[in-house]
Design a protein around this ligand. Structure first.
Ligand SMILES: Cc1ncc(COP(=O)(O)O)c(C=O)c1O
Length: 405
């Protein structure tokens, strides 16, 4: 008899969101061939790599071409030079006392977000924010940790959904049912909103009381501008016994096509008498062969004075776009959120229309493409996401067109 497939994959609805966006944009373009359409839906960076990063890539490539400096497989957990740099530069100034051997370098946050669930029991109950970056949920669906998808509610059975709406300031309340794994992402994609230290501390206290583990995705940490907002979950008391932090060089330094990220798994995080970090290392040893030397050297360039300055400029460029979108929409009378500590602006659709109806209106009347909030989860209905990753010129043009709608 032929082998069976992993039927959990069949529970996933098709990749409907971005395919449907592309289809509607194509149709509009066919109907109006000469018309300019501006895309503010993308979650990818557009500025080229910082010169300091490019130089590091070149130099490391040269090293790889010389016998005496050639490097083969990298350590599964990353080179010590990068782990030490991350510990001292990203965590030292925050007073978090994370050591290099608690840092696990990877080829980006997406894989880490998707793979970390493997360390926990197959029947662990997950809690996710709604709306949410889809990877947390999808990876648990594939792993068989959820029930069926219910078309009528847009939700999977056996998953704890934590609505994040304007009513709760886009920060979830502690759930009524008790989860084992809690996915939090701040600053958030798609809402663009951040979490205060006090609110995050409540989650840490809750996890320590219940034994749950928080998987904290801080991929947009570099965009935080408000000095009151925590840059790491380890700024909370007791987080080292209940939280894993996931970070990325993608949005911080334009590495989306280069691929570099890391997880922090503190020594003190144990369950069933086992250090979670040892499980992760064991997992990586079997399933992963390390991030290329060249890429880790490029990561080091991000921490040089020159690299820091160049990257600050890139982030400032995107955040000027975010301010343009936020203020422009506000001036046009829309209800707007996010955009201050993240490159995402999250708006309420006007007059209670659906996210998709607003998508069509914006496309047809202004020639601007965004992302319907309902694509990120049922509580995203009635919201709409615009991103700051476009060019300055296109962003200004798009906002002018929306204002004139
Ligand atoms: C919240 C969040 N986490 C993780 C990622 C993935 O980052 P990476 O490029 O490091 O895989 C993204 C990318 O858009 C994201 O929005």
């Amino acid at each position: 008899m032929a082998v069976s497939i992993n039927k959990n994959f069949l529970k996933l609805p098709g990749n409907y969101l971005f395919a449907e966006i592309a289809r509607r944009v194509d149709e509009e373009q066919k109907q109006h061939p000469g018309r300019e359409i501006i895309r503010l839906g993308i979650g990818d960076v557009t500025l080229p790599l910082a010169p300091a990063v490019v130089e590091a890539l070149k130099q490391a490539s040269e090293e790889m071409g010389r016998q005496e400096t050639f490097k083969g497989y990298a350590p599964y957990e990353g080179y010590d030079f990068l782990r030490e740099k991350i510990a001292s530069e990203d965590y030292g100034p925050l007073g978090c006392e994370i050591s290099a051997d608690e840092i696990f370098v990877s080829d980006g946050a997406k894989g880490d977000c998707a793979n970390v669930q493997e360390l926990f029991a197959p029947d662990a109950r997950i809690a996710i924010c709604d709306p949410v970056y889809p990877v947390y949920l999808d990876s648990n669906v594939m792993a068989g940790r959820t029930g069926k998808y219910q078309e009528s509610t847009g939700m999977f059975d056996q998953v704890i959904y934590m609505p994040c709406t304007r009513e709760n300031g886009f920060v979830p309340e502690l759930p009524k049912e008790q989860p084992d794994l809690i996915y939090l992402c701040f600053p958030n994609n798609p809402t663009g909103e951040a979490i205060s230290l006090e609110a995050l501390q409540r989650w840490v206290d809750y996890a320590n009381q219940t034994g749950a583990v928080i998987l904290y995705d801080a991929a947009y940490e570099a965009y935080i501008s408000n000095s009151q907002i925590p840059h790491s979950i380890y700024q909370c008391q007791g987080a080292k016994t209940c939280a894993i932090e996931i970070k990325s060089f993608s949005k911080k330094a334009g590495f989306t096509g280069v691929r570099l990220g890391f997880m922090v798994i503190p020594k003190d995080l144990t369950r069933d008498g086992v250090a979670i970090k040892d499980l992760w290392l064991r997992r990586q040893g079997s399933k992963y062969n390390g991030v290329p030397y060249i890429i880790q050297r490029a990561g080091m360039a991000v921490y040089t004075d020159e690299g820091k300055r160049q990257i600050r400029e890139q982030i400032a460029y995107y955040m000027a776009n975010a301010a343009e979108i936020y203020q422009g929409l506000k001036a046009a009378g829309y209800e707007v959120y996010g955009g201050v500590d993240s490159p995402y602006v999250w708006m309420k659709t006007p007059g209670g229309i659906t996210s998709w109806d607003f998508f069509d209106r914006l496309l047809k009347e202004a020639g601007v493409v965004g992302t319907p909030g309902s694509g990120f989860g049922p509580s995203g209905e009635g919201y709409f996401r615009l991103t700051a990753f476009g060019t300055k010129e296109n962003t200004q043009k798009a906002i002018d067109k929306i204002k004139n709608m």
